[in-house]
Every structure is written in C-alpha cells, then in structure tokens.
Design a protein around this ligand. Structure first.
Ligand code: CA
Ligand code: CA
Ligand code: CA
Ligand code: CA
Length: 290
C-alpha cells in the first residue's frame, strides 16, 4: 500500500529477496521490474552477499487517476541456460486529501415570486470532491449572507438545497446575493455565488392621499382654480404599480394629471400626483372639503 502524495525518491518499499536453490553463478543474479511510470527498482549488494531489493517511487501517484497497479518483478539467475521467476507486486494507492470540492457552477441564478410559499425550493447547489471517504464528503454552509437573507432562506448542509423559510417582499428587497462554501471532511473548501431575483406580484393596492389647497373651499371660487392635490401611491413595480384615477361624474370638479409620475419615494413607492380643478361655481358643494 502506498499513499497518494508520497515523496518521490525517498519513498521506498523493501522487497523480500528471491531464492534460488542453486549456488554461485547459478543463484539469483539480477532483478528487473516491468517498465512502468511510477516505480523503479533499487538493488544493492550487501556485505554478506545478499541483495537488498527496494521498490522506489519515481513519479508521484495519483489515486484519482489510478488506484491499483500491478508490477511484474523478475528475478533471473546467472546460469546457462538462464532461469527466471516472476512475482506480481500489487500496489494499492491510498487516498490523500488533495482535492477540494468543486462546484458544478461558479454562479447559480434563481428567480421566484414574492408570494412563494414557505419551503419552496429556490435552487440546489452541488459540489463534488474527487477524493475518497471522509476526504471526499462534502457539506455546505453559507459563507457570506446578509441578516435579511438569512431570515428568508435556508440551506441544507448535506443536499445543498436552498429553500424559502420566511416571507419574501419584492418591495423591501428584490435581489439577494449569497455565497456558499462547500467543505470536505478535512476542511478543504471552495465557494460559489447564488443570485436570487424576487419577482414582483401585485400585492399592494393604490393608496390615495388628498391635500386641499383651500380649506374650506368657498363657493366664490373661480372655475379653473386648483382646489386640491391628490397623491396616489402604489408600492408595486411596472404595470402592478401603475394607477389610473377617475373622479365621479356630476361633481363640479375635474381631475387633471398634474405631473405624473412625479417622483419615486422610499422603497420604490411611486407617487402619482393629480390636481383637482374647480369646473364651475361650487354652490351646493361649498362645504365639500377635498
Ligand atoms: Ca486524493
Ligand atoms: Ca477532498
Ligand atoms: Ca399594485
Ligand atoms: Ca409587489
């Protein structure tokens, strides 16, 4: 058995000497090893006439490429005719933890609607480790995550599944970027990025704010006078956040788009502003406050 990562040159394995019943020239004279990439034979004559035979590592072993090797060792005598015997040396390469887990993708992207249910699977990250046993056992953990993201997403440390664990809200946070680390049993690690986009759902109704410019509105007011401003806000985006305003018929007021959309308020809330103009003398509506 030879460990992956053993140093070449200094890693040697002693091999038991071959026996030959003959003596002298007819005894064991030479050893040879079948040509192979990794091992060479080192034979030294000892003072007592025996030979010290060692298998010496010549080129590093890589268990991930080759985990078993068979080497044919031949011992030949010096007789005539020459006789030889062979032995097979079976080398098992033991694993060293020389590979970190590797993610399938450097960046994982996912998108889900803001009204997604708890436990919804967002994305599964996956890393593999070429080593064996504990050296190749991969676990996952968040390596960089905001407090907000931690409240709404969970990560299964064995399967790499990211799931929804809290209420999402596009209007509060529409994008998340998380880093995940995959570690093997001895702490070699690598990481990946997960980008999650939250998709808007029309979950906010428009809110109407009314500001009267004349309070109270008098009946002597001239038609065409601006008597109030209406602000309408919808926190949703795009078509979910567009508003249309209308005023009931038969009232002496006209609604005009004043300058829409005016500005964007905090948290993406858009504010649309409309002006209300007096269209005729108020008479019966004198008490009406916008
Ligand atoms: Ca290995
Ligand atoms: Ca490993
Ligand atoms: Ca809306
Ligand atoms: Ca929304």
């Amino acid at each position: 058995k030879c460990c992956q990562g053993s140093r070449t040159g200094s890693t040697r394995y002693r091999i038991n000497e071959a026996h030959d019943a003959d003596i002298g020239q007819n005894g064991v004279k030479q050893y040879s090893l079948q040509n192979n990439e990794h091992f060479v034979l080192s034979v030294r004559d000892d003072a007592d006439g025996t030979k010290n035979v060692e298998l010496m590592l010549h080129k590093e072993l890589d268990r991930e490429k080759e985990h078993d090797l068979n080497l044919i060792l031949t011992a030949a005598d010096g007789g005539n005719p020459q006789r030889s015997g062979t032995a097979i040396i079976h080398v098992t390469v033991l694993d060293a933890n020389d590979n970190a887990p590797v993610f399938d993708q450097a960046v994982y992207k996912a998108s889900l609607r803001e009204n997604s249910n708890l436990n919804t699977l967002v994305v599964t990250v996956s890393a593999t480790d070429a080593d064996e046993g504990v050296n190749g056992e991969v676990t996952y953990e968040f390596s960089r995550i905001t407090a907000r993201a931690k409240m709404v997403f969970s990560l299964d440390n064995k399967t790499g599944e990211i799931k929804v664990t809290g209420a999402l809200d596009f209007e509060t946070n529409s994008k998340y970027e998380i880093r995940i680390e995959a570690k093997d049993g001895y702490g070699l690690s690598s990481d990946c990025k997960v980008m999650i986009d939250i998709i808007d759902v029309n979950d906010n109704a428009p809110i109407i704010y009314i500001k009267s410019l004349m309070n109270p509105t008098t009946e002597s007011v001239t038609p065409g006078t601006e008597v109030g401003i209406i602000n309408v806000q919808d926190r949703d985006s795009e078509t979910n956040g567009q508003v249309r305003c209308s005023i009931q018929q038969g009232v002496p007021f006209k609604l005009d788009v004043f300058n829409s959309p005016i500005f964007i308020r905090l948290n993406f809330a858009k504010m649309f502003q409309f002006a209300v103009f007096c269209t005729r003398f108020l008479s019966d509506f004198a008490q009406l406050h916008l």
